[in-house]
Design a protein around this ligand. Structure first.
Ligand SMILES: [Zn+2]
Ligand SMILES: [Zn+2]
Length: 265
């Protein structure tokens, strides 16, 4: 089945431009150098239901603007990678979409591991607490993340990753995978990536960082995984789009906000 993977945001946690920074990338006039917080959207057509299916991975602080740009009119499910602010703080902006989901049959399922669930329940206690009574709270249902998760018959396979010393989740779906905030890929996770043809992988900058891969580390993983095309995301302001892409091989480039690529489910 054909599907489209859209990069809703390709920036690092602070976004690009970064507040109060006047560097060449932050002041660039190239729209590819404007990066919202990291998120992707997978969209496919379910022929039997004659419906578009929409899955979002992470809802960061820019989710509302991203959903407007992508003209989202409904969301079938959300997967979370880990509970850092740049990946979860837009969750409440699912509210209007959750009312639509509720009218169509039920709350939007949010797939999250135990640590992410605990943080979401704490921040959004007015949404998730059994005592929550706020009448227009989001209609969302936290679902424990399994190794394999089905959304309208499409399988989302959890890819265990490390972000510093925090275990986090990447996702494989069909011939594609999304892995952000990665500083190490456990050996056993490479097996789950066999046959991946479209890879979205985080690559922060050139300088080492304790919890993010450098562009050079990410390139080495991209070569090993061997996807036909790798797109780098979660990019800091040290990497200008054009300038960096000139140095990269044809099959491994910096992604940009709004980029859509075909994938197969
Ligand atoms: Zn992040
Ligand atoms: Zn800057």
């Amino acid at each position: 089945m054909d599907a489209t993977l859209t990069f809703l945001g390709t920036g690092t946690s602070m976004g690009v431009p970064t507040l109060a920074c006047a560097c060449a990338v932050c002041t660039s006039t190239d729209p590819h150098d404007r990066r919202l917080r990291p998120s992707v959207l997978l969209r496919w057509r379910e022929p039997e239901a004659d419906e578009d299916r929409v899955v979002v991975i992470d809802t960061g602080p820019d989710f509302r603007a991203q959903a407007l740009s992508a003209k989202l009119t409904h969301v079938d499910a959300v997967f979370y990678t880990h509970p850092h602010a740049d990946h979860i703080l837009g969750m409440d902006d699912l509210r209007p979409l959750s009312f639509i989901a509720q009218r169509r049959g039920g709350p939007i399922p949010l797939y999250a591991d135990a640590q992410t669930t605990a943080v979401l329940e704490q921040i959004y206690s007015y949404t998730f607490s059994p005592q929550a009574t706020y009448p227009t709270r989001a209609r969302l249902e936290l679902k424990p993340l399994a190794d394999r998760n089905l959304v309208h018959d499409v399988e989302f396979v959890r890819i265990p990753l490390l972000h510093g010393d925090m275990p986090i989740n990447g996702y494989r779906f069909g011939n594609a995978a999304y892995m952000t905030d990665v500083s190490a890929i456990p050996e056993s996770s490479f097996a789950l990536l066999e046959g991946v043809e479209v890879l979205a992988l985080s690559a922060l900058r050139h300088q080492p960082h304790p919890s993010h891969a450098t562009l050079e580390q990410a390139l080495a993983w991209a070569r090993r995984i061997g996807a036909k095309q790798t797109w780098f995301t979660h990019i800091a302001h040290e990497l200008g789009h054009e300038e960096t892409n000139r140095t990269l091989p044809e099959n491994a480039k910096l992604a940009y906000d709004g980029l859509s690529v075909p994938v197969r489910l």
